[in-house]
Design a protein. Sequence first.
Length: 73
Amino acid sequence: MHGNEVFQRVRHALAQVEAERNVRVLYACESGSRAWGFASRDSDYDVRFLYVHLRDAQPGRVRSLPRLYAFDK
């Protein structure tokens, strides 16, 4: 996969997370072997992100999203 294609797929996946979980993604970054320059041809694409709940959030309660969104190259 080329850089722009990966970028578009990640943006689409993050938009799905926002829509399905009623959150707003504030920041996303590449992590894992690609971020550290150790990727091989069959390495996946790891993305971590910060988010906030848009409504119905309980003040002071921290929640995390399960690892539901993964895709291979």
